[in-house]
Design a protein around this ligand. Structure first.
Ligand SMILES: Nc1ncnc2c1ncn2[C@@H]1O[C@H](COP(=O)(O)OP(=O)(O)OP(=O)(O)O)[C@@H](O)[C@H]1O
Ligand SMILES: [Mg+2]
Length: 234
């Protein structure tokens, strides 16, 4: 469903060219739970941004559902972002003046899908935040804000979930709860791509893509086989 063909992304900063991704090709099918692993600066967020049409490659092409995202009209890219991908950003990006509930309801309203009554309350319950639903982001801890961001992504019902360090701000127990939620989404047939530099998390993936200096250095099942979430430790 997602295909990248020889994708490179370079940023020009005055005289300096930063290579964020170099000649990346990959395909991801529905139902796959993929972990993208790599050190800081290796291109993980850049890769998610290209898959989610938040950014365009310098070279190469990105296809989603057989359609090229390159060269498409702005309105089509907007529609794609609204209907196909949901981001869980590294920095949450919650609306500061909306409560947790309103942050989630906002995307439900934007999606304008039938039978969406109750969705916001249900996903907030799923991430364990029903009692904090009426709090504003500044009244929530980092981990709670992260869970609102995750609830917001789940509320769209979109088939591709892109999560950038979704457990970065969370204590171990909450992190495990979030990983279970994300994994269950893949089991329901969604594509779930989780970016992390925590190698332990990659043990529960169907597939681990490792980046180093913008290149894919390995792509396959976890080295020692897929582990159960209950076996993780960090
Ligand atoms: N908008 C930008 N302008 C210039 N350089 C950028 C931009 N975005 C990213 N880069 C550079 O591209 C490289 C890859 O960045 P990216 O954010 O994808 O890394 P990352 O693997 O997500 O790192 P982290 O784990 O720290 O989040 C880095 O060297 C970064 O400085
Ligand atoms: Mg990043």
């Amino acid at each position: 469903m997602i295909r990248l063909e020889n994708v490179s992304k370079r940023y020009h900063m005055g005289d300096v060219t930063v290579v964020a991704l170099e000649d990346v090709s990959l395909e991801v099918d529905r139902g796959e739970f993929v972990v993208v692993l790599g050190p800081s600066g290796s291109g993980k967020t850049t890769l998610l941004n290209l898959i989610g049409a938040l950014d365009a490659p310098t070279e190469g092409r990105v296809f989603v559902d057989g359609k090229s995202l390159s060269g498409t009209r702005q309105s089509r890219r907007f529609q794609f972002r609204r209907e196909t991908v949901s981001f869980i950003f590294q920095t949450f990006n919650l609306f500061p003046s909306l409560t947790a509930y309103e942050n989630v309801q906002f995307v439900v309203d934007m999606g304008n899908k039938p039978n969406s009554n109750g969705t916001a309350a249900a996903v907030l319950r799923d991430v364990g935040l029903n009692e904090r639903a009426n709090h504003f982001p500044h009244e929530l801890s980092g981990g709670e804000q992260q869970r609102v961001a995750i609830a917001r992504a789940l509320a769209t019902g979109n088939p591709v979930l892109l999560a950038d360090e979704p457990t970065g701000e969370l204590d171990f127990a909450t992190g495990i709860q979030i990983l279970e939620l994300l994994k269950a989404q893949a089991e329901k047939g969604k594509i779930v791509i989780v970016v992390t530099h925590n190698r332990e998390i990659s043990r529960i993936a169907d597939r681990v893509i490792e980046l180093s200096s913008g290149r894919i250095v390995s792509d396959g099942p976890p080295r020692d086989g897929t582990a159960a979430i209950a076996d993780l430790q960090w």
